[in-house]
Ligand binder design. Structure first.
Ligand code: EPZ
Length: 417
């Protein structure tokens, strides 16, 4: 079993190049299914979830290979329509292949996807939207069989701006006959990245980044070379880590406008933050201040749920009390037990977590509970006195490219054994 051993208390200092976005790379890899020619994706992070997506592509008959951070996918030979349950279970994003396979082949068989346990994560909105587009869906015992005699455009309004449902509608709509109008679409930057990739392949999509997306279907998609956007959540993680441990960092290759909802909250802790082009500089003050306004996670451009845990880790030692309100997932405070074990004072009541700043944290043995919760434990461990041992690293490895090397390059005493 692999562990991270962290000896906290060292200030962090240095420059870090931000990895490519996991939550962009995964739907874009699914979108490759729709192309008739080879696609080359630069800046793909080397993560277990990305390897899982590559395995799904290979099993569909799309040859997929890695060279550094470039993934090459050749979908010309796609001949299968079913994703085995073992691959579906490896990550949530496996469900994105559903829209893409139906778009290309008119049918697909999948099962309920895996992913971080953050409370119930149904796919009812995905399925309802596909049904509106002419897909018949039968779901028996978790095996989901979809068929479309004639895939057609539709007017769809999502009850909530779900990221995954928006991506599935876009993927399906690109190949459907006629126009698809999607209202209350998710506005996350990764949606825009997916649409930019599809446009580079010849798709006609308008309005992404806003709540109303219009897709003109039946495009013949060709291959392209594309660069995946930077990972705004990994960016939030390394900034939070530096704020927690104290020190200064220059984050390069960052997506500054997309990170504003996070940066505007982090700035309230008293950290000095300057941005220029695609770089972010952060210097922490002697002690962080609490955030006075309630930190409410919301769909983009609200404060991102994926950055809640890592910011909480930084605020554990802040001066004063900060209050979080988690509005996206029912069960996204599972990291708080570990932070409390390290000496934090966090009380959770339903969707609210109250973080009373303490003077210091201490090392402990903790288990990563999920991807971002695990990253929060790394950030807390770097700011704690003494040794922390973190296990269940497979959660962290799903979203961070060598987190220990990144933190060590900033001067953190952290190693994997
Ligand atoms: C994406 O998940 C991200 N994953 C998540 O990142 C992120 O936390 C989330 O969007 C919100 O920003 C990827 O992009 C791979 P949703 P997704 O559909 O698409 C409910 C990380 O740490 N819902 O917007 O699964 C759902 O239960 C991960 O990198 C339904 O009820 O999120 C949740 O409460 C974790 N029915 C809310 O909507 C549905 O059919 C938001 O989910 C779909 C969703």
């Amino acid at each position: 079993m692999q562990k991270l051993i962290v000896n906290g208390g060292r200030r962090l200092h240095g420059e870090l190049k931000l990895q490519g976005s996991k939550n962009s790379a995964l739907p874009i890899m699914a979108a490759c299914v729709l192309s008739s020619e080879e696609c080359s994706l630069r800046n793909c992070p080397r993560l277990t979830d990305v390897y899982s997506a590559a395995r799904i592509l290979n099993c569909l008959g799309c040859r997929c290979s890695f060279s550094g951070n470039t993934v090459t996918a050749d979908p010309s030979g796609i001949n299968a329509t079913e994703i085995p349950e073992s691959l579906m279970r490896q990550m949530r994003s496996s469900i994105m292949f559903m829209g893409a396979i139906i778009g290309r082949m008119g049918e697909c068989t999948v099962s309920v996807p895996g992913g971080c346990e953050l409370g119930p994560r149904p796919i009812d909105m995905h399925l309802a939207a596909l049904r509106k587009m002419g897909v018949s869906v039968s779901d028996s015992g978790g095996r989901i069989v979809c068929r479309a005699e004639r895939l057609h455009g539709a007017k769809i309004s999502l009850p909530f701006p779900s990221v995954g449902a928006t991506e599935n509608v876009i993927l399906c709509g690109v190949c459907a006959e006629g126009e698809t109008v999607l209202n209350n679409a998710a506005r996350e930057p990764e949606i825009c990245d997916l649409c930019s990739f599809l446009r580079a392949c010849g798709a006609q999509i308008k309005g992404d980044g806003g709540s109303r997306i219009v897709i003109s279907g039946r495009a013949e998609l060709h291959g392209c070379e594309y660069t995946v956007m930077p990972d705004r959540i990994a960016g939030a993680t390394y900034l939070s880590m530096t704020a927690a441990a104290g020190g200064e960092i220059i984050l390069t290759d960052a997506c500054v406008p997309e990170m504003e909802p996070f940066l505007s909250v982090l700035e309230q802790t008293g950290c000095s933050i300057y941005t220029k082009d695609d770089s972010i500089y952060l210097r922490s003050g002697p002690r962080l201040r609490c955030v006075r306004e309630r930190i409410r996670t919301m769909p983009h451009p609200g404060f991102p749920t994926d950055a809640q845990a890592v910011l909480m880790a930084a605020l554990c030692k802040a001066d004063g009390t900060s209050v979080f309100e988690e509005n996206i997932f029912d069960c996204r405070y599972r990291h708080t037990d570990a932070l409390n074990k390290m000496g934090a004072d966090i009380q959770v009541l339903g969707k609210v977590a109250v973080v009373r700043g303490v003077r210091s944290l201490h090392g402990a043995e903790v288990e990563a509970t999920d991807l971002r919760g695990g990253a929060a434990m790394v950030a807390a461990a770097l700011s704690a006195e003494g040794e922390t041992v973190i296990t269940e690293l497979h959660h962290i490895d799903r979203g961070y490219e060598k987190i220990e090397e990144a933190a060590a390059s900033l001067g953190g005493d952290i190693r994997r054994v």
